[in-house]
Design a protein around this ligand. Structure first.
Ligand SMILES: Cc1ncc(COP(=O)(O)O)c(C=O)c1O
Length: 401
């Protein structure tokens, strides 16, 4: 399995002739082809989790493919609306919905919300009353399994996302006349690559969710399963098979008896379309290890430091030299700035570029670009097989005050 097509490699080869800074490149042609089968079905309604990659042309590609949009902040909402997408196609999830933000969303015309706390319910109702509108509400649930029982999540960790079923039982839905309680939202897993495991996980959640809807006194019309569909980060991993997943989702829809099944996809939707091109500064030998120092690091792709999982890397230049283990380090003055251990050709040198793939999701905007005042990475897209620059590389003068 290769993470980089010959045609994208060709475009990158052409770009590095004129540009010596790190940059991202997103293949929108590949993205459109990947998305087409995702929406060509009537089992699950798909929203795009904008946090994965809020770039305008990425959002536009998702829009053309028939996705709706899940946003978690006013910034994400404004970016979606700026692409000409109607507010009726926007869903708001996220644990930090202040009264101010709720008001902004209602003014913009958003009417569908995932409520994550009792306060959010009350504030949504109040704001809806002020605007004289009805809102569609899903309650976000955090499930736990009793000690000793088979736990589908492998552990009961506490997160700020939603509330447990006991806490939700304090809700009296009759107190909120502006809110139509239509469903439940659950999402507490990530980057899953096994359809069987996902199917098992979802299946075990149905009974407690149905019980909660019954206790609260509303019909469970919509079940939102969030995101969490994984993508491979090593060649040893197999990608998910979409038709198999659809079968599993179809069973869940049937078992739960809901009218609509929803998911908000981030990583699975856009992860594979992105590559990060990183010039090599030097290689050195240290305590018997080969270290590679690169121009960009976690200032541009933070995820390896957060998850301890590297993005797959390869050398841009074709080389016949035998592969050797390299420890790749970015330019920041912290040992956290590690981009992983990779097998790369031994003749790699300071004129080379390393390409990190699968960075279309949680790349550019999930990073720490200001530390040490290096350049902000440029962003390019490939559309109709043409390369276009959507953000030039910026030096630190751009943001320093
Ligand atoms: C509420 C919600 N939905 C969907 C997603 C997207 O998840 P993924 O990228 O795993 O598809 C996220 C990511 O954090 C999320 O918070």
């Amino acid at each position: 399995m290769s993470f980089l097509s010959t045609s994208v490699r060709g475009h990158i080869n052409a770009l590095v002739q004129t540009q010596d800074h790190p940059f991202f490149i997103y293949d929108l042609d590949q993205l459109a082809a990947h998305l087409a089968p995702l929406t060509a079905q009537n089992v699950v309604k798909l929203w795009y989790a904008v946090k994965a990659n809020p770039l305008s042309s990425v959002i536009q590609t998702l829009d053309k493919a028939g996705f709706n949009f899940d946003v978690a902040s006013a910034g994400e909402l404004n970016q979606v609306l700026k692409q000409g997408i109607a507010a009726e196609r926007v869903l708001n999830t996220g644990p930090a919905k202040s009264k101010k933000q709720i008001n902004h969303f209602l003014e913009a015309g958003v009417r569908t919300f995932v409520a994550e706390s009792l306060n959010q319910v009350a504030w949504l109702n109040q704001a809806a009353q002020n605007h004289q509108v009805q809102l569609r509400i899903l309650l976000r649930v955090q499930l736990r399994w009793p000690e000793g029982e088979k736990n589908p999540l492998g552990g009961n960790s506490l997160t700020p996302f939603g509330l447990g079923t006991q806490q939700w039982q304090h809700l009296n839905i009759a107190d909120y006349p502006q809110l139509n309680f239509v469903g439940l939202h659950i999402f507490q897993w990530g980057n899953m690559l096994s359809t069987d495991k996902l199917a098992q996980l979802w299946s075990q959640m149905i009974a407690p969710l149905q019980a909660l809807a019954d206790q609260l006194g509303f019909a469970l019309e919509i079940l939102d399963l969030g995101g969490g569909l994984g993508i491979p980060y090593t060649t040893a991993q197999d990608p998910l098979n979409w038709p198999q997943l659809l079968d599993a989702l179809s069973n869940i829809k049937f078992e739960s008896g809901v009218n609509e099944l929803w998911m908000e996809l981030g990583r699975y939707a856009v992860g594979e379309c992105g590559h990060y091109v990183n010039p090599v500064v030097e290689q050195k030998e240290n305590f018997g290890y080969h270290q590679l120092i690169t121009a960009g690091g976690i200032n541009h792709i933070l995820r390896p430091a957060v998850t301890n999982q590297a993005f797959p890397a390869q050398l841009l230049r074709q080389s016949n030299a035998p592969a050797r283990e390299f420890l790749i380090h970015g330019p920041l003055c912290t040992a956290l700035d590690s981009l992983g251990t990779h097998q790369l050709p031994a003749d790699l040198n300071e004129n080379d570029h390393v390409i990190f793939s699968q960075v279309g999701a949680y790349g550019f905007t999930e990073s720490m670009p200001y530390f040490l005042c290096h350049e902000l990475a440029a962003e390019y897209v490939i559309e109709n097989n043409q390369v276009r620059c959507v953000r030039s590389c910026e030096t630190a003068d751009y943001y320093l005050r």
